[in-house]
Write a protein that binds this ligand. Sequence first.
Ligand code: GDP
Length: 320
Amino acid sequence: MMNQNAKIYVAGHRGLVGAAIVRYLKAHGFNNLVVATSRELDLREQGAVRAFFAEQRPDYVFLAAAKVGGILANDSYPAEFIYENLMMEANVIDAAYRNGVQKLLFLGSTCIYPKLAPQPLKEEYLLSGPLEPTNEWYAVAKIAGIKMCQAYQRQYGARFISAMPTNLYGPGDNFDLEKSHVMPALIRKFHEAKMANAPSVIVWGTGKPLREFLHVDDCARACVFLMENYDGADIVNVGMGSDITIGDLASLVKKAVGYTGETVFDTTKPDGTPRKLVDIGRISALGWRPEIGLEQGIANAYQWFLDNVNAAPDQVRGLA
Ligand code: GDP
């Protein structure tokens, strides 16, 4: 168990997951958190990262910093995605080892799995086939991060572990309609249609693809759970363990927002992969389960959006 006074560094504390980890730790009495903005500490700079760790000497590290983006961003900036993610991981993981960090949790993504792997995705499918080409730059960098944790564990006995979260949503999401994922896009679209009394909302694709959605607060709880209960070299999936069609998701968001118009499917837009679901057998066997149901989670995410959209629109990513 982590001592409540232990020094905990959350890298990427302004991101969706990092911010949720900070919220969770604070709410559970951890009072010695260390964070640094990218302006204060550029994780791509080895010297800066080494100096930071030598000065701060954290006991625990949650490595949630990453350059992230949707399909378009991944496809347009492959060099930035692979370079920046590789540098951040390599610098933080090595500095953590050199400065006696007791334990580190690295956050990956389910895009590390082969494009054609069977569903639900089991951890053992890692490196069993070719990746999805549009985000392979990001995926290769994340796989390198996993392998670094395993290598440092194997060679040095470092307690560095990796978690692979499914699609996440919740407070602090990106609501940019061009770049965001489906959940925040639907929350924004239905909300704006309600405000404008618009007759219909356009949902991309056929509505038939299946996706899994985990509230980011559940993910944060899983990260702390793994930090306290898992020491293995193998990666661990973090998900809901169940999926839903985009059409049914749209109905849930529509209901949560209270929109009464029509939902129109724009089939000129791509569906993407037909299904993406992770197997959560491993983390379930350790004793963790998701607690935030989809309806409850959507209500929470929409409330966060409402609270911020008027009061602090500059806090809402992608709103402009
Ligand atoms: P993916 O899981 O990597 O495919 O990423 P997304 O979250 O962007 O898309 C998931 C599914 O939701 C795809 O089938 C999209 O076509 C569909 N979708 C429906 N409406 C929207 C929308 O407004 N924005 C996005 N991003 N996806 C949408």
